[in-house]
Write a protein that binds this ligand. Structure first.
Ligand code: ADP
Length: 254
């Protein structure tokens, strides 16, 4: 079974630095998952990683692009250091939304991903921020990861976020919010909710996750959303086959 795992900026960074403890926990989980699954990682946080090295105004678009250019290799280097502990390494693939509009480019990217997987290497995908300007302003890797899951033939997309699932209302604003365990369809109203993100660097918020889920549900695929701060729920679901916490978006009946 092939899975795409997407991690958000908030999970990977803490007070303007990369959170190496959470990155190590993530890599530990991914390496254990790699023994039974084909795993592709979609990782955000290039801009946040760049900002650890150069303090320039993140609100300026060209600065954000420069920060991504500085941060992306630093991010991969950090991942590789963690992977080395387990005898593994990463392969970086940078994509833009346009790549999925071209069958030829999608095919080449998919072949590269396949070859990395065949060689036991963890493909780490991110947006090519220097050219994907629109994506930097409005975009997020939730959308990119949904495309990767669909076009690279994964069965499941796992989104690890700063929240442990999808609730009936924003759990940070409402103490009585209840988490959905299984969601089988998403209605228009939910897709039009105002965007609320959890951190200074986060660009997604819950709506982009719902859009990713909607995209996949319409194509017969599933999405599992769980906490990236505490990996117990995703480990339980993926490694022990027990759905304790986290939200599963699926079109298949339970
Ligand atoms: P990430 O950085 O992991 O991509 P974001 O911080 O952009 O994630 O988005 C997740 C945030 O969305 C949560 O921390 C929460 O504050 C907010 N949110 C708003 N409405 C909901 C909801 N109904 N269920 C879960 N989270 C919600």
């Amino acid at each position: 079974m092939r899975v795409v795992v997407k991690v958000g900026t908030h999970m990977l960074s803490e007070q303007n630095r990369l959170c190496k403890e959470r990155m190590l926990a993530l890599i530990e989980f991914l390496v254990s998952l790699m023994s039974s699954h084909e795993v592709i990682l979609v990782s955000s946080a290039a801009i946040a990683a760049g900002y650890t090295r150069l303090k320039i105004d993140k609100k300026v678009l060209s600065n954000r692009q420069a920060l991504a250019a500085i941060g992306q290799p630093y991010l991969i280097e950090t991942y590789n250091k963690k992977l080395e502990k387990f005898g593994k390494m990463a392969g970086q693939i940078l994509l833009t939304a346009d790549d999925f509009d071209s069958r030829k480019r999608t095919f080449y990217a998919k072949s590269a991903v396949q070859t990395l997987i065949n060689n036991g290497i963890l493909p780490i995908i991110n947006e090519n921020d220097a050219t994907a300007t629109e994506e930097i302003i409005f975009g997020d890797n939730d959308q990119l990861s949904a495309h990767c899951a669909y076009y690279f033939d994964a069965d499941l997309l796992i989104i690890l976020s700063d929240i442990d699932g999808y609730y009936d209302k924003d759990p940070r604003a409402f103490a009585d919010a209840k988490m959905y365990k299984i969601v089988q369809n998403i209605n228009e109203e939910e897709l039009l909710m105002p965007q609320v993100g959890g951190s200074e660097f986060a660009t997604g918020g819950i709506v982009t996750k719902l859009k990713a889920a909607d995209f996949l549900l319409k194509r017969g695929k599933s999405l599992f959303m769980a906490s990236g701060f505490d990996l117990e729920d995703v480990k339980s679901f993926m490694i022990h086959g027990v759905h304790k916490g986290g939200t599963l978006f699926t079109c298949k009946g339970d």
